[in-house]
Each structure stands twice: as structure tokens, then as C-alpha cells.
Design a binder for this molecule. Structure first.
Ligand code: 5GP
Length: 205
């Protein structure tokens, strides 16, 4: 039975690299990564139709009116939506689907598909997240501050997802993600306790 996975994380937590590894390892030979529509500007290294279809706001609103989205949300001032037809047809062809969404989108998908597995990735601490955002060199100080305060909001929503894992170390986090997605056995107890500790630290700040 094909499965639907929804993976969210605060910006800079490393979810895209972790998901890419799931796809590269052939772990998910049966899985396809969703391609969203967005009104955000295309970045230099991006190609139309790979991670996103780039549309203007009028086109996006038309798709909303026509009921084309399984979910949509405004994230960092831009609109993002998941094409409903693509998800439904991919699942009915027997492929697992991985959606990389913000927390608002993940909650909407879970409401429509209660069997979807929602996975939330946390940073080990906000200091670590700040270092990653600094090292990425993509954002201004003002944007980094904004992303950090949004991260706090996201952690509040993401803490109730089906699976929580921490990206403190890429290989360990990848193992946890594999467990969350494809193992029927429990996630490593030690890692689970570590994630609980990190979460409680994040919630205290
Ligand atoms: P970026 O613009 O950096 O690629 O993505 C910004 C945020 O939007 C990320 O958290 C990403 O997971 C989220 N996102 C990407 N596509 C969608 C979508 O179709 N729906 C929702 N709700 N969020 C999305």
C-alpha cells in the first residue's frame, strides 16, 4: 500500500539534504518527491518543474478557486501549494509520496489524509540553527532573526507530529528518518530520549 509522508522542519534544519539522501539511497525506490506550485521568485540554480512550478499570484489564486490544491499556505510572504491531482494519481499508481511542506501545510494534509505520516525535524538548539543559517550565507541578519522567531512558532506546531527527530548529526538523523519512514520497529530509544531533551530545551526558550 503506497504511503504519504509529510516532512517539515524550520528553515535551515537540513530537511532537504536528508530527504535527498532518502531518494539517492534508493531507499525510497517506490517514492516520489512532490513538486509544488509557488509564487516565490525562481532562484538561480532552480529549474522549472523540478522542485517547483513557478506561477504568479493570479495563476495561484485561480488554482485555489478551481480546488487544485491539496493544501496551500503563505510561507515567508510567498504562496506555496501542493497539486492535488499529482498526489492522488501518484499514490494510485502505487508510489509512495514525500511532501516537503511547512507546518501549516503538513497539518492540512494530515486532516485530509489521517493515514499520512507526519515527520518533524528539529535542530538540537537554536544556537545550532543560527550557526547553520549563518554558515549558509544566504540570508541577511534581519532575515536570520525572522527565521529564528518563525522556527519557534513552527516547533510549537511540529511537536505534535507523528515522528520527531533531531538533526544534530547528519548520519544519525538519516538513520532516524529511515526508521520513521520505513521501519515497523521503534525508533532508537536513545535517540528518541535525545530528541525529547532537545525539544524540551527548545520549548523553554
Ligand atoms: P523554499 O522557498 O525555501 O524552497 O521553501 C520555503 C518553505 O516552504 C519550506 O518550509 C518548504 O518546505 C515549504 N514548502 C514548499 N512547498 C510547499 C507547499 O507546496 N506547501 C506548503 N505548505 N509549504 C511548502
Amino acid at each position: 500500500m503506497a504511503q504519504l509522508f509529510v516532512i517539515s522542519a524550520p528553515s535551515g534544519t537540513g530537511k532537504t539534504s536528508l530527504i535527498q539522501k532518502v531518494l539517492d539511497e534508493g531507499l525510497a525506490s517506490k517514492a516520489k518527491l512532490g513538486v509544488s506550485c509557488t509564487t516565490r521568485e525562481k532562484r538561480k540554480n532552480e529549474e522549472e518543474g523540478v522542485a517547483y512550478f513557478f506561477v504568479n499570484e493570479a495563476e495561484f489564486n485561480k488554482k485555489i478557486d478551481e480546488g487544485n490544491f491539496l493544501e496551500y499556505a503563505k510561507v515567508f510572504g510567498n504562496l506555496y501549494g501542493t497539486p492535488r491531482d499529482w498526489v492522488e494519481s501518484t499514490i494510485s499508481q502505487g508510489f509512495d509520496v514525500i511532501l516537503e511542506l511547512d507546518v501549516q501545510g503538513a497539518i492540512q494534509v494530515k486532516n485530509t489524509y489521517p493515514d499520512a505520516k507526519t515527520i518533524f525535524i528539529i535542530p538540537p538548539s537554536y544556537e545550532d540553527l543560527r550557526n547553520r543559517l549563518d554558515n549558509r550565507g544566504q540570508d541577511s541578519e534581519k532575515t536570520i532573526e525572522k527565521r529564528l522567531s518563525e522556527a519557534k512558532e513552527e516547533v510549537l506546531s511540529g511537536k505534535d507530529f507523528d515522528y520527531l527527530l533531531t538533526n544534530d548529526d547528519f548520519d544519525l538523523a538519516f538513520m532516524d528518518l529511515k526508521y520513521a519512514m520505513y521501519s515497523n520497529s521503534d525508533i532508537n530509544k536513545e535517540r528518541e530520549a535525545f530528541t525529547r531533551k532537545c525539544l524540551s530545551h527548545l520549548l523553554d526558550q
